[in-house]
Ligand binder design. Structure first.
Ligand code: ADP
Ligand code: MG
Length: 210
């Protein structure tokens, strides 16, 4: 259970509030065009995305982690080498589909934040594809188990994630439904399914009307 700004002590309740608040922020990222002046594929942009999503929930929003973390059998970059690894990843080219996927895989190996890496990095990846290739990721075309298995495999072999992403690229970069559905799916990958993004969108437009 992570320490949080909401003073919630119950992990189910925290997961719910985290989903509600940060999904609203993900809506704002698109509706308020917050990434339009951000450089694609930089650490700064990834930290910006993470900060916007989680700033009302965690002190560590947008900040590099200070502890070592692992998932399954995989240990992400050691804290001692994290900054150095991130600088190297940031320098990786991103002109072609293969280069962008390789960069995403390396960024996942770094796992810069204490929590929220998956959700922030998928928005970061989608932003790179939009800017560099004029494509967006339609995450609804990638099955959850396939995605997670492919990411688990990716430090050793990135073919699986590459095939999944290739099959999910779309030209519909201005279609907000593709983005919004993508956010819902991205949260579903991580087990957050309490709020439908379309209901949160109605709340979002109401608060803009007032
Ligand atoms: N065993 C693994 N090896 C490498 N990467 C993994 C593994 N398991 C999960 N991942 C990646 O880590 C992400 C989850 O990281 P996390 O910080 O928990 O993000 P979130 O909080 O958004 O759930 C997954 O979406 C996946 O990309
Ligand atoms: Mg998580």
């Amino acid at each position: 259970m992570l320490e949080n700004k909401l003073n919630i002590k119950n992990s189910a309740e925290l997961a719910r509030e985290e989903e509600r608040i940060s999904k609203q922020k993900a809506i704002a990222l698109f509706e308020q065009d917050m990434l339009s002046d951000k450089e694609a594929g930089t650490l700064d942009t990834l930290m910006f995305i993470h900060r916007i999503l989680f700033e009302d929930i965690y002190d560590f929003a947008g900040k590099l982690r200070t502890v070592n973390i692992a998932k399954g059998n995989f240990r992400f970059a050691h804290v001692m080498y994290l900054e150095q690894s991130l600088r190297a990843v940031e320098m990786m080219p991103q002109s072609t589909f293969d280069e962008i996927v390789a960069k995403y895989v390396e960024m996942n190996i770094c796992h810069p934040f204490r929590e929220g890496n998956g959700r922030a990095a998928r928005i970061w990846l989608d932003h790179i594809f939009r800017v560099r290739l004029k494509k967006a990721v339609d995450w609804s075309l990638i099955n959850k188990d396939d995605y997670l298995l492919a990411m688990e495999r990716s430090p050793v072999r990135s073919t699986e994630i590459s095939v999944l992403l290739k099959g999910a690229l779309t030209d519909r970069i201005d279609d907000r439904e593709v983005y919004m559905k993508g956010v819902d799916i991205s949260y579903y990958y991580e087990g957050y399914t309490a709020f439908d993004i379309n209901e949160l969108r109605q709340d979002h437009s109401k608060c803009l009307d007032q």
